[in-house]
Design a protein around this ligand. Structure first.
Ligand code: NAP
Length: 311
């Protein structure tokens, strides 16, 4: 059987991957875009996106993603469902094992994103988008004048809690330990904020409101006393970190201590012809527009690489 060799394979259909798809398709590279378990990435699980330039009244996350996808298709990007099982980046073209088939790529753009870490409670999962969120900048606005809770003890949780004070009347920060992982400055800011209250040694046991399809509160266990209590809140935000979807490249690409792909000059990995963009390599900005920006950079670099190698 003839080998399926592509000039460019893009891994991921979030903002970074689709932007890379638009650019490489428009450059006539006929990119193959592999769509994994979370099609559309994080934008597809959010609601109104108000900070993506060009949409003065905002745009729904799923609609924005759908538009990008149409735009990429219009220029000839090919989409295929495919979860990357393993990759061999020691060979060129790179071999991408999708389980039932292997695709070969002269350039690979990794835009596999990062997945929010959730608590894993069934009630939490049932209420995602109905008061449970992992993105304060996306969804905070909907909690104007309401009380909410944020879970986590790192910088993300502090940042979310501080951001949410713009909207909420009260933010209760719930952390499972006494000590915080957050930087001193972020923690101090949160402690000093009059709208933020702290609950430490506290673990969320259940999100209340599954029947009404709307968060009504949370049940919290005090791990020191063993006492459970209910806290009436309209929203629950998880700030317990993201997990970059890069583990399949461990040992072949450099990953940092939290599993993000290490890049230099924005999108270059240690292997020529392999680029990483968006949240799989960005631990700092994590915005749709920055993901789109690095997706564009990766596409331009892939195009340049192919040109320099005579393709
Ligand atoms: P993080 O530092 O790993 O903190 C995650 C927090 O969530 C920890 O406090 C952890 O508790 C808690 N947690 C994890 N799993 C949990 C679970 N299942 N149930 C309850 N709590 C759980 O992650 P992050 O806050 O997203 O930060 C990631 C990196 O980005 C850090 O290097 C951070 O400095 C950086 N960052 C910086 C800024 C900034 O400077 N403005 C903003 C955001 C992020 P334990 O402490 O008990 O493990």
């Amino acid at each position: 059987m003839a080998e399926d060799i592509r000039d460019t394979v893009i891994l991921g259909t979030g903002c970074a991957g689709l932007t890379a798809a638009i650019y490489t398709a428009r450059a006539n590279l006929k990119p193959l875009v592999l769509e994994g378990h979370e099609p559309g990435g994080q934008l597809s699980i959010t609601t109104l996106v108000e900070n993506f330039p060009g949409w003065p009244d905002g745009i729904q996350g799923p609609e924005l993603i759908e538009n990008m996808r149409k735009q990429a298709s219009r220029f000839g990007a090919e989409f295929r469902l495919g979860h990357l099982a393993t990759a061999d980046l020691t060979k060129h073209p790179f071999a991408l094992n999708l389980g039932r088939e292997t695709v070969h790529a002269r350039t690979l753009i990794i835009a596999s994103g990062a997945s929010a870490r959730w608590l894993g409670l069934p009630s939490e999962q049932a209420l995602i988008g109905h008061g449970v969120s992992s993105c304060a900048t996306c969804d905070g606005f909907f909690f104007s004048g309401k009380e909410i809770a944020v879970v986590g003890g790192g910088d993300s949780a502090m940042e979310e809690a501080l951001f949410l004070t713009r909207f909420a009347t009260k933010v209760t920060l719930i952390h499972r330990r006494e000590h915080f992982r957050a930087s001193r400055i972020m923690l101090d800011r949160a402690i000093a904020h009059p709208k933020i209250a702290f609950m430490t040694n506290a673990v969320v046991q259940e999100v209340l409101g599954v029947d009404s399809k709307e968060v009504q509160g949370i049940r919290v266990l005090d791990t020191k006393t063993g006492v459970e209590s209910d806290l009436a809140v309209s929203g629950l935000f998880l700030g317990i970190g993201h997990i970059p979807n890069a583990s399949m490249f461990a040992g072949q690409l450099d990953l940092d201590e939290d599993g993000y792909i290490k890049t230099h000059n924005n999108v270059f990995t240690r292997i020529p012809g392999v680029y990483a963009c968006g949240d799989v390599q960005d631990r700092r900005y994590k915005q749709a527009i920055t993901a789109a920006g690095t997706g564009c950079m990766a596409a331009l670099e892939a195009e340049k690489y192919l040109e320099e190698h005579g393709h």
